[in-house]
Design a protein around this ligand. Structure first.
Ligand code: TRP
Length: 336
């Protein structure tokens, strides 16, 4: 038995629109987690500025993502929703972690290599120490469970290494080892234009993704225009092999409908793509259009969104402040 009580923490960056991949891969899971857990969901604006953000757009994006959390079903009363920069303990603990983590550890981070590109010298220092801030996000709350996508697994391992090194260096058992809860390939949503690429907010083609704010007409249009191959749909999962677009549409249908890929194939196998696409368009509109409507309603009242974030920040701080204060004492700082 762990001495740490279970607590869930996760975060998303306020850059660009959320899309179907975020919804099926993360948000649905976040909503489910809050039924039986204490959950803290953060809009990680401090992570966002590791790449330059236009201030007005960032400001708007923080509110938009908050509205999306709420519209998708994260309950701001039951769970804590806040933006990272309003709780200074994240930055404070991140500094301590900058002094715990080793250069060699950060040098292995594949996301830095991807995001910094060829010209590493021109990358911000923040982008480099991004994983230390992420560890601070989690450990400022002694969170034990962290739902993240596959791409964040390495950062989670770094957070575990930091927690352990802190505990060993200071001879304490203070930070837990946070467990990643990796959302599996079943919920990996691929581009509607190319089934081998992940659905992404940075894809230049808007037809490649369904945005969480898309209205019924756009949702239906994008599904009807989704790339397919020439064959009929198979009746068994094995028949999806080497057919990434078919696999993607079947996977999306199963995830949205709360069923399995096999059940979808039992229904649509042997038929043309158009049958599946029509049914999927109806299903996606039924599930997603109400969310887009709710986001629009929330966005019409920014003061309400700001109040949710202010309340969340206050409650987050109430948890993080004593933990980070204790960490400062452990390090040897004079604390009043
Ligand atoms: N790095 C995460 C991502 O890009 C976002 C994030 C920041 C996060 N801090 C976190 C996720 C803490 C989980 C826990 O997806």
């Amino acid at each position: 038995m762990s001495i740490f009580s279970p607590r869930v923490f996760s975060g998303m960056q306020p850059t660009g629109n959320l899309h179907l991949g975020n919804y099926l891969g993360a948000m649905l899971n976040w909503v489910k987690m809050q039924e039986s857990n204490e959950c803290i969901y953060c809009v990680v604006d401090m992570h966002a500025i590791t790449l330059w953000q236009e201030p007005k757009a960032l400001h708007q994006a923080i509110r938009d993502v908050t509205a999306a959390y709420v519209a998708c079903g994260v309950d701001p009363k039951r769970s804590i929703i806040f933006n990272q920069s309003q709780v200074a303990e994240h930055a404070e603990l991140a500094w301590i972690f900058n002094c715990v983590a080793r250069l060699g550890w950060l040098n292995r981070m594949t996301q830095f290599k991807d995001k910094a590109g060829k010209d590493k010298e021109a990358a911000s220092v923040g982008l480099y120490v991004y994983p230390n801030l992420m560890a601070a996000d989690i450990l400022a709350y002694k969170a034990t469970h962290v739902p993240v996508g596959e791409d964040q697994k390495q950062h989670l391992e770094l957070a575990r290494d930091i927690a352990q090194k802190f505990n060993v260096d200071f001879e304490v058992e203070f930070f837990p080892q946070p467990e990643p809860m990796i959302t599996g390939p079943a919920t990996r949503v691929m581009s509607l234009r190319d089934g081998t690429k992940k659905m992404s907010k940075s894809d230049p083609s808007d037809l490649s993704r369904i945005n969480i704010t898309d209205g019924a007409d756009d949702i239906a249009k994008k599904i009807r225009k989704a790339k397919t191959d020439m064959d009929a749909l198979p009746s068994e999962i094995a028949g999806l092999k080497g057919r990434p677009e078919a696999e993607n549409l079947v996977g999306i249908y199963a995830a949205l409908g709360g069923t399995t890929a096999q059940a979808v194939l039992s229904q649509f196998g042997g038929g043309q793509f158009s049958g599946l696409k029509n049914a999927l368009a109806d299903l996606a509109v039924a599930k997603l259009a109400p969310i887009a409507d709710e986001i629009a309603k929330l966005k019409a009242d920014p003061a309400h969104i700001d109040a949710i974030l202010a309340d969340g920040a206050q409650r987050a701080r109430a948890i993080a402040a004593p933990i980070v204060k204790e960490a400062r004492k452990i390090v040897g700082f004079v604390v009043s």
